[in-house]
Design a protein around this ligand. Structure first.
Ligand code: CS2
Length: 510
């Protein structure tokens, strides 16, 4: 979700170009919305780790609204873990950037002012740890993507062999991972006798709050049992469900936004009109009045999180792998093929019986709205972008549903086709023999498996299903093996387009 993988190219660096900044706000077109508050009076209360496009189009917008309503003690310090690109682009803009909301009706531009300063952990980890340890920081939120949690996706446990974890255990003062940074700062708070901050994960992990809580505590226990006990007793890790589709910003977006502004914005964010944030209300260190900005506060976010992961993200991933293989560059383009739209819908229908939603939840209209959002022609959301990091995404998006459906005695062909799409994709060669740029922490391992199995479904499917960190015990289930092997056989035989076009869900799909 964070755009740490996005490479910003020098943009608008010609001298003489007017640049978005505090001083130039009054030179923007009159009607353009901008911070309706005095930014110099805003103080930081939140440090956000992973200041990519998603955070800037989602949480930072909510905070911008709240500050405008008077919550001036909740400004954001944004940190990237590794890449200096966002900091470099926004520092000269005083942290200001444009939110461009696109739909079929056009684009709405708004300047966001809630990000007060930016940091890069890798450059000055000590500085960032000191910020986190400062009692003024009451919430530390995260969008570091699934792989940023240094865990085993299938189990949700800390991956103790992860190179960043090994590094951070040996060098707590120069931690690299989000987990190492959080624990270094929490340890300082404890030693100083200060109350901790609340940790707010905003990534698409199952039970994201519980998961990050577990990983942080496991990491802390490797440093000191007392520290781990203190974290367990004192630190709140509310779970959240976050939703907004935010494609990577392209140079064309930069140019279009800058032309609307009449000045350069080196890194605007582009998104859809829809936005949703559901948060568990556990903030012992205080929180802004989220509800005033439309955030839903609940006591248990699990059902909403499952609904989103299993309907939105699951069908997104299915469209991404199969759409990419069928030659579609974007989700909107994939959705123009009615068979792909039908498949996305079927992924959602099949997930429905595995959900336990609160009374009154209308899953059918939720699903229909997702299909409309995916079809938004104004968003250039690349299938390749969503296909990234499949090893970290599959368990909570697709596999959990398959597990539940098998338990309920229901067929799993629809999801098996999506998983087979991922398998075909990670071979690294497309249907025309061209290389696929597979981005995944396990890419090398997956490629080696694909090379030794060859393009033979009966060998490749079982070999990939044995990757324990992804599939766990589900990989050994004969029903799983046969459904995925059958789908992969078809993909190799007729290609993704035809496999989707001829796909018939079993009638008792639930
Ligand atoms: C997408 C998500 O990149 C992906 O894997 O499925 O980022 C998706 O766009 C968001 O979760 C929507 O809220």
């Amino acid at each position: 979700m964070s755009s740490e993988t996005t490479k910003s190219r020098p943009y608008g660096s010609k001298s003489g170009d007017l640049r978005l900044s505090e001083a130039n706000l009054d030179k923007l077109p009159d009607q353009m919305r901008r911070p309706a508050y005095d930014r110099s009076r805003v103080t930081p209360g939140i440090v956000h780790l992973g200041i990519g496009a998603f955070h800037r189009a989602h949480q930072a917008v909510v905070i911008d609204d709240l500050i405008a309503g008077g919550a001036t003690e909740w400004g954001i310090i944004g940190a990237s873990l590794r890449s200096p690109d966002t900091r470099d682009a926004l520092a000269t803009q005083d942290g200001l950037y444009t939110l461009a909301v696109r739909s079929g009706e056009g684009t709405d531009h708004r300047i966001i002012g809630s990000v007060l300063a930016l940091e890069v952990a890798r450059e000055k980890p000590g500085h960032l740890i000191a910020r986190l340890a400062n009692p003024a920081t009451r919430i530390v939120s995260l969008t570091v993507t699934e792989k940023g949690y240094c865990h085993t996706p299938q189990t949700g446990e800390l991956d103790e062999a992860h190179p960043d974890i090994v590094h951070d255990l040996q060098n707590p003062g120069t931690a690299r991972s989000a987990i190492g940074l959080l624990v270094a700062a929490l340890s300082r708070r404890r030693i100083a006798g200060e109350p901790p901050f609340t940790v707010l994960s905003c990534d698409n992990l199952s039970a994201n709050g519980h998961t990050v809580g577990r990983i942080v505590t496991q990491f802390a226990a490797l440093r000191s049992r007392n520290l781990a006990n203190w974290i367990e007793a004192e630190v709140a890790f509310p779970s959240t469900m976050v939703d907004r589709i935010v494609p990577e910003t392209t140079d064309a977006d930069r140019a279009a936004v800058s032309s609307a502004l009449g000045m350069i914005d080196a890194w605007p964010v582009v998104t859809e009109p829809f936005t949703q944030w559901i948060v568990e209300d556990r903030f012992p260190a205080g929180r802004p009045d989220f509800a005033a900005a439309g955030v839903q506060l609940v006591s248990d976010v699990t059902p909403f999180e499952h609904m989103k992961l299993r309907l939105l993200n699951a069908s997104h991933s299915a469209l991404a792998y199969l759409g990419y293989l069928a030659g579609h560059e974007t989700i909107a383009s994939t959705m123009t093929d009615p068979h792909f739209a039908a498949l996305a819908r079927q992924v959602m229908l099949d997930a429905a019986p595995t959900l336990a939603m609160p009374e009154g939840t209308d899953l059918a209209s939720y699903g229909a709205s997702l299909l409309r959002r995916f079809s938004n022609p104004a968003l250039h959301h690349r299938t390749w972008q969503i296909a990234m990091d499949g090893s970290q995404k599959l368990p909570q998006r697709l596999l959990a549903t398959m597990q539940d459906r098998l338990r309920l005695g229901l067929p799993i062909e629809t999801h098996a086709l999506a998983v087979a799409g991922w398998m075909r994709y990670v071979t690294g060669t497309d249907e025309h023999g061209r290389t696929i740029d597979v981005r995944d922490p396990l890419a090398a391992k997956l490629k080696a498996i694909a090379e030794s199995a060859g393009p033979v479904a009966e060998r490749l499917a079982p070999a990939l299903l044995e990757v324990d960190g992804i599939f766990g015990t589900l990989g050994a289930d004969p029903r799983m093996r046969s459904a995925v092997t059958a789908a992969l056989t078809k993909l190799f035989a007729v290609g993704a387009r035809q496999a989707v076009q001829t796909f018939q869900p079993t009638s008792s799909a639930g």
